[in-house]
Design a protein around this ligand. Structure first.
Ligand code: GLC
Length: 464
């Protein structure tokens, strides 16, 4: 059966180049709010052991519940947690000295576009969307040069004038650099004479970024969107807020703006990318106030569990949060959709993307399926080569669908009690349309940061 399924899905994926060609029909996309610079460093288990020693970390089991970087040891605690668990987290850092310490003690990172708004803008410009407008809290030359040098990608200067994003230089703006620490599956860490193997390639992010942490608004962007509108808008960056520093008020201030954008662009689709939000008050605010005013929400399995923790703590307590399988994630999807009050929700996890949406959603399940296959192809290219450009966009096309991915489709079919689902990837589920695709799996990804943003945005834009 598995071999048959591989063949069926390989055939289904043949549509991908045709689907890519459709993206150039998309006229205007807006991406907001967070654009930053990522300094990406790969760390080995051996290097991590040394940092643990250097900062005096005494335990590998982190039960502190404090997911914030106040000291170098906190940063190392976060790295160790993500390494040992094979998980992705982002912790905010409010202390410039700790950021300086990280800069000094980590190997020099490679700089690349960071933040959902920036990453999605670059991806969509390669895919051929006609015009993309990006929000940037800060846009010095160092940041601007990370926007691809393409004519369809726009941002705003200090006088709020629109220009090619790559060429803007707001001279008084500070570069906002996030430390991305990546590690490889199979690498190991010795700690107190015990060996811990990293189960899954992943990353930890330590973010010191005063502008995005206070959701500084780019007036040029807001004015432009208010007058020109959009077909699709991708929102994110709320995860950088903290309750301690007025995050709740910031969200209260933003909600009417998003509602305004929605009411003035009734045919436009607004997507929220949830992102790893450690501050639980802010997480609840995003769930209660932002999610209900958008059309679509994207998240990975950790973010799904983080959301479940807030909206249904009793169910959260009963699931295997360390290693949830496809059936568990399928089970929580309708709960998330209902509590987030969103017409469409897309969950991605290792080997599989799942979309659950209202029956009258403007994009059909078939369209979703095609968009998700395009997204899987593009995301694989990104994982393999570290970035994407016009030349490598389809390099993973025709690649092997992973057996773990096919297995997930079988698990989902059993959970749904619909045997055909494993091959079709489309079914009705609790009164909604469910779509799933198995993806190509990359053994040794060059990078993983920004994968979720790529998957969510290409799945949606690629569904046209
Ligand atoms: C978060 C991080 C940012 C990173 C992005 C990737 O927004 O703050 O540094 O580029 O996630 O998804």
């Amino acid at each position: 059966m598995t071999a048959d399924l591989v063949k069926i899905w390989r055939q289904a994926y043949e549509i991908v180049p045709e689907q890519l060609a459709r993206v150039s029909s998309v006229k205007q996309v807006a991406t907001a709010f967070n654009t930053n610079i990522d300094a990406v460093t790969k760390i080995s288990g051996a290097e991590l052991s040394k940092l643990a020693q250097l900062t005096g970390l005494t335990s590998i089991n982190d039960n502190s519940g404090v997911n914030i970087v106040n000291t170098p040891q906190d940063a190392v605690r976060g790295m160790v947690k993500c390494f040992v668990g094979g998980i992705a987290e982002e912790w905010l850092c409010e202390n410039k000295n700790v950021d300086d310490w990280l800069q000094k003690n980590l190997r020099r990172g490679h700089l690349q576009m960071g933040g959902q708004a920036g990453i999605i803008a670059n991806v969509l410009s390669v895919l051929g969307v006609q015009r993309i407008y990006t929000h940037a809290a800060s846009l010095p030359q160092m940041q601007a040069k990370l926007f691809l040098n393409t004519d369809n990608l726009f941002a705003f200067d200090e006088k709020n004038n629109i220009g090619k994003a790559h060429n803007i230089n707001r001279k008084n703006d500070e570069p906002l650099i996030h430390r991305i620490i990546e590690f490889d599956a199979g690498d190991f860490l010795f700690f107190n004479n015990q060996k811990y193997v990293c189960p899954k390639s992943n990353r930890f992010i330590a973010t010191y970024d005063p502008a995005n942490m206070s959701l500084k608004i780019d007036e040029g962007f807001v004015k432009h969107i208010n007058s020109c509108g959009f077909d699709f808008m991708f929102l994110s960056g709320f995860h950088n807020l903290t309750a301690k520093h007025g995050g709740v008020q910031k969200i209260n201030d933003i909600v009417p703006l998003v509602q305004h954008w929605k009411s003035t662009n009734p045919a436009g689709i607004i997507h929220l990318e949830l992102a790893s939000t450690q501050d639980k008050t802010i997480r609840r605010e995003i769930i209660d106030k932002i999610a209900p005013v958008v059309d679509s929400v994207g998240l990975n399995e950790r973010e799904a569990l983080d959301t479940l923790e807030i909206i249904a703590p009793d169910i959260f307590a009963s699931v295997n949060t360390k290693n949830p399988d496809a059936a568990t994630l399928l089970g929580i999807l309708p709960i998330l959709r209902q509590k987030l009050q969103t017409p469409r929700i897309q969950l991605h996890f290792y080997g599989t993307y799942l979309t659950l949406q209202n029956k009258d959603f403007i994009l059909s399940p078939e369209q979703n399926k095609r968009g998700m296959m395009l997204a899987a192809t593009v995301a694989t290219a990104k994982a393999k080569s570290g970035n994407i450009d016009k030349e490598n966009l389809l390099q993973a096309h025709g690649g092997n669908i992973g057996s773990a991915a096919i297995k997930n489709m079988e698990i989902l079919a059993i959970a749904l009690q619909k045997p055909d689902f494993a091959a079709a990837g489309i079914a009705e589920y609790q009164g909604f349309d469910l779509t799933a695709v198995p993806t190509v799996l990359v053994d040794k990804p060059r990078t993983l940061v920004g994968m979720g943003d790529t998957i969510s945005s290409v799945s949606l834009i690629g569904a046209v």
